[in-house]
Design a binder for this molecule. Structure first.
Ligand SMILES: C[S@@+](CC[C@H](N)C(=O)[O-])C[C@H]1O[C@@H](n2cnc3c(N)ncnc32)[C@H](O)[C@@H]1O
Length: 273
């Protein structure tokens, strides 16, 4: 593969998803694109680079799917979930009458994040009938969303971050795997969405989880996505980012919530509360 072929492949990924692949990531192409080469009858990465010089929707989509990282786990990093548990009563109280509480997992991968939110909501709100909760889970990858919708996880996956009492309460064993309960599955709606596209039709959210995806973008793309997320938050809504992500130096539409690592609000008054 020549530098030009690498640039062609990396260019497609960046244009379509925002993910930046620097030349030190060439090994990723070697390890992940094999199945794409076989599926499209291409002999090598060089042949792929050549083919991508002309627009090809199906091939470009497959390349992006193969080069996105889907690492996730239940209740990942703990803190955002503790914070959401703490602020849920305030968020519920500030809804307009009859309106649902809306939570968005904006790069949901295989579903551990939105299902963790659903477990938290079910466990915190119990039998409360006075508040409807909508959980929207989106990702750029159609293949990964299909997996997430199935709600089936391996023993290894449920052992990462999921308390045993939550496993027993919200999952059913199915051979060597675990399936999420129908009640919990019904709380989450999955939809294919690219964070680079117009998100305004999604409406506003009381809480947005956008974690461990901005790390793959360059600074202008991070700013663009953060500003778009800020516009999707209700005035007292909360945005949660991943442990290695921040808004600092990228946007002034979002401010850190004092004492809460990874949690952001849209105005200083609310953020300090
Ligand atoms: C590392 S996973 C993070 C999963 C979860 N949020 C977590 O923190 O455990 C990153 C996800 O971002 C998705 N992604 C990458 N670029 C995207 C984009 N432009 N729009 C939406 N999702 C994107 C990938 O498909 C992948 O599933």
């Amino acid at each position: 593969m020549t530098n030009d072929d690498f640039a062609e492949i990396a260019g497609v990924v960046r244009r379509r998803s925002g993910i930046v692949l620097t030349s030190d990531k060439a090994y990723l192409l070697e390890t992940r694109l094999g199945p794409v080469l076989s599926r499209f009858g291409l002999a090598s990465l060089a042949a792929l680079g050549q083919k991508l010089r002309r627009p090809d929707e199906a091939l470009e989509r497959a390349v992006v799917e193969a080069l996105t990282t889907h690492e996730s786990s239940f209740f990942r990093d703990g803190k955002p979930f503790e914070h959401l548990t703490k602020v849920l009563p305030r968020l519920i109280a500030s809804r307009s009458p009859g309106a649902p509480l809306r939570i968005w997992s904006a790069a949901c991968s295989t579903g551990q994040e939105p299902y963790s939110i659903a477990m938290l909501v079910a466990d915190t709100m119990g039998a409360r009938k006075d508040c409807r909760v909508e959980i929207l889970a989106t990702d750029i990858s159609a293949e990964i969303l299909q997996r997430a919708r199935q709600g089936v996880f391996t023993q290894f996956e449920v052992q990462r971050g999921l308390p045993i009492r939550s496993l027993v309460k919200h999952f059913k064993q199915d051979g060597a795997k675990w399936k999420i309960s129908p009640e919990l599955a019904a709380m989450v709606r999955f939809e294919e969405r690219n964070l680079l596209n117009d998100l305004s039709s999604l409406g506003r959210f009381d809480a947005i989880f956008c974690r461990n995806v901005l790390i793959y973008f360059d600074a202008p793309t991070k700013t663009r996505v953060l500003d778009a997320l800020a516009r999707r938050l209700t005035p007292d809504g909360v945005l949660y980012l991943g442990g290695a992500e921040t808004v600092l130096g990228l946007t002034d539409r979002l401010v850190p919530i004092a004492g809460e690592r990874g949690a952001y609000g849209t105005s200083p008054q609310r953020a300090a509360a």
